[in-house]
Design a protein around this ligand. Structure first.
Ligand code: AMP
Ligand code: MN
Ligand code: MN
Ligand code: MN
Length: 279
């Protein structure tokens, strides 16, 4: 039985609609899927409708960008009350900031003589939450860079000329709001922040102190040594494990539910209908 508790649709920077995503999950024999768009739950209703009657368990999810000691840390929320007002107010603020930030990124690009990126990036966002990946894609399309990674390396990444300092919610507040909404808060992809083990320890301690409950240590392309370190860290703090592909759309490298091997350690999936017997 495959589970995947982290993926994106066109409600943020994924390339599939929620319906297409659910269909793909079914084709890939995923039985439990969480749609976790950046700072929005706008895709969940459609995904739920598409999943109805198919046997797929759809978990309500979101990926919140947060701020921790000047780092951008992502917190995945799972299984919360989607109508929770304080949480939705936060998501509305973060979405508004995404739009403002997009305009500030554009202004910085224009200063460098790079024009027309926001217009195209907005088309790619198509009314969903705009993000830097849309900018990267637009910059490739406009011939400014050869591939998306170079857009981050030269313009959009932290410390580069079009980087705009983050105004995301504090990590502790994001965790608290997810918990207050009845959800499980998950420290998303800790392997991807390029933090040393010492910093990862501090991050985990602060996340746990804030009420965090799980750590996403299971995704493909994770260094096995780092994964082992993180799973031990999770165990020390009695954090549940979580598993997610962070799928953004069809690619050669990544597939929904693929390569998410779950070790014999307590996992969030136990909250969402998975038992050893049902495997
Ligand atoms: P945003 O939430 O709009 O700030 O976009 C964040 C996303 O951009 C992350 O989830 C990554 O997929 C991507 N990203 C951020 N920094 C980099 C980087 N230095 N290189 C490549 N991708 C990055
Ligand atoms: Mn993304
Ligand atoms: Mn993320
Ligand atoms: Mn993600």
């Amino acid at each position: 039985m495959k589970i995947d508790l982290h993926c994106h649709s066109r409600a943020s920077d994924g390339s599939l609609t929620p319906t297409e995503l659910v269909k793909r999950a079914l084709l890939q024999q995923v039985s439990v899927l969480a749609l976790t768009d950046h700072d929005t739950t706008a895709g969940l209703a459609e995904a739920k409708q598409a999943a109805a009657g198919t046997g797929l368990t759809l978990v309500d999810g979101v990926e919140i960008s947060s701020s921790w000691r000047n780092w951008e840390i992502h917190i995945v929320g799972l299984g919360f009350d989607v109508d929770n007002q304080p949480l939705q107010q936060l998501l509305a603020r973060q979405s508004a900031w995404r739009q403002q930030r997009a305009e500030q990124i554009e202004a910085k690009l224009v200063k460098r003589g790079v024009t027309g990126v926001l217009a195209l990036a907005s088309t790619f966002a198509g009314g969903g939450n705009i993000g830097r990946s849309h900018f990267a894609k637009a910059m490739v399309e406009l011939g400014i860079v050869a591939k998306p990674q170079l857009a981050f390396d030269k313009y959009l990444g932290k410390g580069q000329c079009a980087y705009v300092g983050n105004q995301w919610v504090e990590l502790a507040q994001a965790v608290d709001l997810i918990n207050q909404a009845g959800g499980v808060s998950v420290l998303a992809h800790p392997s991807k922040y390029q933090l040393s083990n010492k910093w990862l320890r501090m991050l985990t301690a602060d996340f746990v102190a804030a009420g965090g409950q799980a750590m996403e240590t299971i995704h493909c392309q994770i260094n096995p040594q780092l994964q082992q370190f993180l799973q031990q860290l999770a165990q020390e703090h009695q954090l549940l494990l979580s598993a997610g592909s962070d799928f953004h759309g069809p690619s050669r490298w990544l597939e929904l539910g693929r390569g998410l091997h779950r070790p014999d350690q307590p996992g969030v999936w136990h909250h969402f209908g998975w038992t050893k017997e049902s495997q």
